[in-house]
Design a protein around this ligand. Sequence first.
Ligand code: WTA
Length: 638
Amino acid sequence: MSNYPYQIRSREQYDAAYKRSVEDPEGFWAEVADSFQWHRRWDKVLEWNFTEPKVRWFGGAKLNITENCLDRHLAERGDQPAIIWEPNNPEEDFRVLSYKELHFKVCQFANVLKNNGVKKGDRVCIYMPMVPELAIAVLACARLGIIHSVVFGGFSAQSIADRIQDAQCNLVITSDGGFRGNKEIPLKSVIDDALVQCPSVKKVIVLTRTRVAVSMIKGRDVWWEDEVRKVETQGNPVCPAETMDAEDMLFILYTSGSTGKPKGVVHTCGGYMVFTAYSFVNVFQYQPGDVYFCTADIGWITGHSYIVYGPLAAGATTLMFEGIPTWPDAGRFWDIVDKFKVNILYTAPTAIRSLMGFGLDFVKNKDLGSLKVLGTVGEPINEEAWHWYDENIGKGRCPIVDTWWQTETAGILISNMAGITPGKPAHATLPLPGVQPILVDEKGEELQGNSISGNLCIKFPWPSIIRTTYGDHERCRQTYFATYPNLYFTGDGALRDEVGNYRITGRVDDVLNVSGHRIGTAEVENAINMHTGVVESAVVGYPHEIKGQGIYAYVVFSGGSHDNDLASKDIVQTVARIIGPIAKPDKIQFVKGLPKTRSGKIMRRILRKIAEGELQNLGDTSTLLDPAVVDEIRNGRL
Ligand code: WTA
């Protein structure tokens, strides 16, 4: 017997659940949703159309997601660890927060937020290192119905400012600094730079972490610890949870698309909670007492859904790690698995490939016997990395779940279920119940049958589908629902094998996936073009051994001769400043011109091929304005 009424325990149950979810989606999801705590039940399970688009799950229902993630567990597992936190430096003490303690701290910090004048519906930006207070801040917002917008600690001041302005945030939660490997990240100082452009922000709450000197602006900046002390003297440890509509916004998370400006993906309370918990429990086959370790950062969707909300809604023990896989050495993940007897490990192919490169010495002597399930996410996993993970980490006895999903889907849509449905190297395999993927050709015609490839679309809503892009619903429609009528278009290409397993082959739009992070080519181009010496640029991806994709930039530089090395360094600096270090180009080739059609469109196909090293068969170049540039670019390839 499983502890979760909705946990699938056999292949037969999977087949039956899948069938039911297609034939009677409303009945299916109503039953799953019954396992959660609602203030009021829904009037209608689902209303939808993909033309506006408009999707409403559990319409009329009232709830607070933090009651499901915290309060609900207190009676039965109040003393069980909710969060185990491993610091960057292994010499520093780790921390364990039981459900009781986490609940207490979330209430306390929610009261801090109230004291600082934010209320339901307001937007708060969170820019923090991977410390428990980040999870506490997120949950405290959710408790009050404040919409959080977490920005990954690697983004630049400019990127933060763009996000704060777009959401009109009025409060920021940050820390003095953060530790990552042997680096210290000056988070508060980056926030100070960002806020020069953000008049909407009235308050900044600053957690002490690195004790680096920071400037505190009078009337605007307050210390986390001082504010908590104030709440303590006020003497009220409880904070009632705001009653939220199932379709009220829970959070905004910005992600890159094919245009220059990142979009604020919006998720709502009810459907998000149901689907993240459901997928967590089923894909990883979580059992009570298991220690689950997801290596992502809460700044990305993986951290939102599978460090914080999904696991906590399921009453799980979730391990948060502040540092990086290669510090103090490349055995750090395995040390953590050994130290906390981790049962489920969820990481990214890029991390696996990078650790592979350091050799097996770092794995030897580590006790990995507690592991039961391994997972990957973020990009296609190549077979070599899959086998290395399987043999050296799972020792051939742990199923690997290859989970395909997106910021917009908020939860895992295609994946095997550990030990329940079979895995296959480099294949995400089968859709979860409730998920109806199809492959379409260029014209949007559905491709029937197996052993085919096409563009991946989903034809029916699942509970955690994107609701809108913040402040710009038309953009949401254009990006996801307009390419093919009545379908959600993922932007990914995929194959379906002879028995119906999906293999995701990668983006078919102008979005790069660098170390599992989505970056828009237009975004990088805009940043490069900010450099005073740059006339124009074009950015494409190319296969990179560790990052999956690397960033290849073709740059037209002004004013005759220049020192290529120096100019490259300057451009890289500019990109780091405008977007953040994650978007730094790996290769910059200076060219005299870009291949353009007569109408001025850059022929990216050609640039992509050259970057990939495919120098012959560039396809038809006769429509180019100046075919000679192609030879120059080909000869100068890096
Ligand atoms: C890619 C991350 C292949 C895909 C959760 C998708 C994957 C994009 C996989 C979303 C996988 C994610 N196999 N490709 N298992 N998982 N992707 O929004 O291209 O950061 O569209 O969400 O990552 O990236 P995002």
